[in-house]
Ligand binder design. Structure first.
Ligand code: AMP
Length: 397
């Protein structure tokens, strides 16, 4: 996959009508409908400000939630328009529909330096089907398409890919940074290149492990998925998470790592308990000696030391997935320690979205990382080496 794509600085935008795909898929309060976290809106500001300063007339669009092709008042982007307007310090005109009369008339009256936001793209059935008619209607709002929603580039939808059939397409600053940093890490990483993978399931990350085995110097596996690998090494894992149908695959990966000279680190000790609950009353045992009736809920102190040492002298570190059941404070230590080790290493540090990003932010380490990816699913597919439709459709450099 080619990660070298044109961005907004590579084209002339003066007086142009620009269709901008943002990621305004923000969490809303179930009770009040208010935006509970505006991080994604704030993240979109640099691209929006740049386009407005360049004198573009900006038609922004995004999806929000999963309305399944139907209008749902609770998933309207209206509150986003209000918040965006506050943050920008200028009016954000809101269209009550996506490609309907209100959107069309407001777009035709839009002047350079002004911004409007269309209603939720997923209110239209054409969005997720990447319907050509819907794509064409969206594309009619711009002379250029700027894509800046990294969280949805792994989806071939009308507003992420379809519109690029009708418009010259470039990236905004968010996608540009994702491509620049993650692309470089995969193509020419500063070595040693250490990849840390955790989370619940091996099956979700098979493609990622397979791809990273071709590129990394060290692979570290923690979290629930580690037990399938420990089982593959012949250990009993008690009641820990286990994907019995992946044990063979795990053994193959360990073998492949050996053949390729990739260091493959598993937890050497494990915090275990008899029940799945937040309790300080746990035991720490060697990973080869998990007692019957116990389940592994976090990596132990020796593993933390081993993993932290591997991170300390790394050139590049990519991390995706918690080391334990970090939702329980008693079992969050492994996840916190990896975040800490990354924050204090001199390496290029990349957080692959989702739970790891949340952990890093909660701990106040966000500004100590080189890059926190804005897309969980998208960054996983990126790490798998898959072609991302919303990136492939952008113009090459
Ligand atoms: P994922 O969505 O695959 O990244 O998995 C994240 C989930 O994995 C979190 O909700 C964690 O609680 C869970 N998890 C991590 N370690 C374990 C473990 N040892 N046992 C059970 N669940 C775990």
């Amino acid at each position: 996959m080619n990660y070298s794509k044109k961005n907004v600085k590579d084209i002339d935008l003066k007086g142009k009508r620009v269709l901008l795909r943002c990621d305004f898929n923000v969490p809303l309060s179930k009770e009040t409908g208010e935006i509970t976290d505006d991080t994604r809106i704030v993240a979109a500001l640099p691209t929006i400000r740049y386009l407005l300063d360049e004198g573009a007339a900006l038609v922004a669009c995004s999806h929000l939630g999963k309305p399944k092709g139907e209008y749902k008042a609770s998933l309207s982007l209206a509150p986003v328009a209000v918040r965006l307007s506050e943050l920008l310090g200028q009016e954000v005109i809101f269209a009550k529909d996506t490609i309907g009369e209100d959107a069309k008339s407001k777009a035709s009256a839009l002047k350079p330096g002004e911004i409007m936001l269309l209603e939720n793209t997923r209110f239209d059935k054409g969005e997720e089907k990447c319907d050509p008619e819907f794509s064409k209607a969206l594309a009619a709002f711009g002379e250029v398409f700027v894509s800046d929603a990294f969280g949805t580039v792994h989806r071939a939808h009308a507003s992420t890919k379809g519109v690029a059939d009708y418009l010259p397409a470039v990236s905004g600053f968010l996608i540009d940074k994702e491509l620049e940093i993650m692309g470089k890490a995969l193509e020419a990483p500063k070595r040693p290149f250490v990849c840390i993978l955790g989370g619940a399931k091996v099956s979700d990350k098979i493609g990622v492990i397979n791809n990273l085995l071709e590129k990394a110097d060290t692979i570290i596996i923690g979290g629930g998925m580690a037990y399938t690998f420990l089982k593959a090494q012949g250990y009993e894992v008690g009641n820990s998470l286990l994907e019995a149908d992946r044990v063979e695959y795990a053994a193959e990966m360990i073998k492949k790592a050996k053949e390729k000279g990739v260091r493959f680190l598993l937890p050497v000790d494990t915090a275990v308990h008899t029940t799945f609950e937040n309790t300080e009353d746990f035991l720490t045992v060697p990973s080869s000696e998990i007692p019957e009736g116990y389940m592994g809920l976090d990596i132990g102190k020796e593993s933390i030391k081993l993993f932290s040492e591997a991170v300390a002298d790394a050139g590049t570190v990519i991390w995706n997935g918690p080391m334990g059941v970090f939702e329980f404070p008693a079992f969050a230590e492994g996840t916190k320690s990896v975040a800490r080790a990354m924050a204090s290493s001199g390496a290029i540090t990349i957080i692959g979205g989702g739970d790891s990003a949340a952990a890093v932010t909660q701990l106040g380490f966000a500004d100590k990382m080189t890059h926190i990816s804005t897309g969980g699913g998208a960054s996983l597919e990126f790490l798998e080496g898959l072609e991302l439709p919303g990136v492939a459709c952008l113009e090459d450099r």
